[in-house]
Design a protein around this ligand. Structure first.
Ligand code: NAP
Length: 333
């Protein structure tokens, strides 16, 4: 089988596409024939060796893949060869075959394509846990999503609506992406590229929430946008720190938390996969159900073959991706 292989930590485009022996499942594991692999912002950090988890060398990057179970290891009772699954792993998905723990593989409904399922892999679960387990979103509340052009942002807009948010506000940096966010479910759009974001953002969000402020902020961006969004929260609002796509880790002023009874919290989705596999599986099942009901629909703006993984990552780093870019592994050779 062929796989993208990182032999040394380095530039995100320095991994090689190599021929490797087919993997064999150990006890409790399955081998998945990958049809589509998810490409994510953190994959770059994993290849560069700057991510919080550094896989042992050599390894294949990639945190999720959709495909078909080929082999099952000893003691696996929940899956059989031929099952369509979405595998959510720490690394290994940029490959034609992937070994995963059986409890990391989620049966896919027949109606969802491999590409769309792979696109759900990391960011929809991130959005789901951020909104439910960190923000305790209640039906009828308002949600402000920063970075609403990107993977986490688009997913958060759609999952917030699916969970019953009354108002979802998308924060973007240009008008075209604002229109796209509205097409994908946002009720309002705010421009994060304006001068004096600190005051203008609060005014804009207050104007869209009857002067109340938003109940929840989902922040995959960080930097000035995070600091400004904190001021746009309502009394008892919740800020969920998800990532730092701006490259700037913000400092949160504790006085804001006190004055409006605000909660600032963080989200690391892989912890749920490793610490609470049953909760993780239930979340994925809920997301597939939302898809079935037409409440969410992953937006894939580009697919590329496995060999062009570096182009996909470069598109993410350069801000050229709207929604998701996916490796179409079937067409890779
Ligand atoms: N905590 C977790 O479990 C978890 C899971 C998945 C991802 N993440 C993290 O979440 C972050 C986003 O991931 P993603 O997949 O959504 O990435 P992405 O698809 O590349 O999207 C990044 C978004 O951030 C926006 N952005 C970047 N710099 C900005 C700035 N200075 N001001 C305002 N907006 C800015 C981009 O808009 P423009 O293109 O207009 O700049 C885009 O909408 C990354 O840091 C990633 O590592 C965390």
């Amino acid at each position: 089988m062929r796989a993208v292989v990182v032999e040394e930590y380095g530039a995100f485009n320095s991994a090689l596409v190599k021929e490797l022996p087919d993997p064999v499942p150990g006890p409790g594991e399955v081998v998945v024939m990958v049809k589509a692999a998810d490409v994510n912002f953190p994959d770059m950090m994993v290849i560069e060796g700057t991510y919080q988890v550094k896989p042992p060398l050599p390894f294949s990057p990639g945190k999720a893949a959709a495909g078909v179970v080929e082999l099952v290891g000893e003691s696996v009772t929940t899956l059989k060869p031929g099952d369509r699954v979405l595998a959510c792993v720490e690394y290994g998905a940029y490959a034609e075959k992937l070994v995963a723990r059986a409890d990391q593989c989620h049966s896919m409904p027949n109606e969802i394509s491999y590409v769309k399922a792979a696109a759900m892999g990391l960011v929809y679960l991130t959005a789901y846990f951020a909104l439910t387990d960190r923000a305790y979103l209640q039906p009828g509340e308002s949600v402000f999503v920063l970075g609403a052009k990107g993977g986490v942002g688009v997913a958060s807009v759609q999952v917030a609506k699916a969970l019953g948010a009354a108002t979802v506000i998308a924060g973007v940096r240009d008008a075209e992406h604002g229109r796209n966010a509205e097409c994908l479910g946002a009720d309002h759009v705010v421009d994060l590229s304006v001068d004096n974001l600190r005051n203008s953002l609060r005014d804009a969000v207050y104007g869209m929430t009857d002067g109340k402020g938003c109940d929840v902020v989902i922040d995959p961006v960080g930097g000035d946008a995070c600091a400004a969004a904190l001021r746009a929260l309502a009394w008892r609002g919740r800020l969920v720190v998800v990532g730092f796509a701006s490259g700037d880790i913000p400092e949160i002023k504790a006085s804001y938390l006190l004055v409006k009874n605000i909660t600032a919290t963080g989200l690391q989705v892989s912890d749920y996969r490793d610490r609470q596999p049953e909760t993780f599986a239930a979340a994925q099942a809920a997301l597939f159900q939302f898809y079935h009901e037409g409440l969410i629909d992953p937006y894939v703006s580009k697919t590329v073959p496995l060999d062009r993984y570096a182009e996909a990552l470069d598109d993410i780093r350069s801000g050229r991706v709207v929604g998701k870019v996916i490796l179409d592994v079937d067409n890779g050779h």
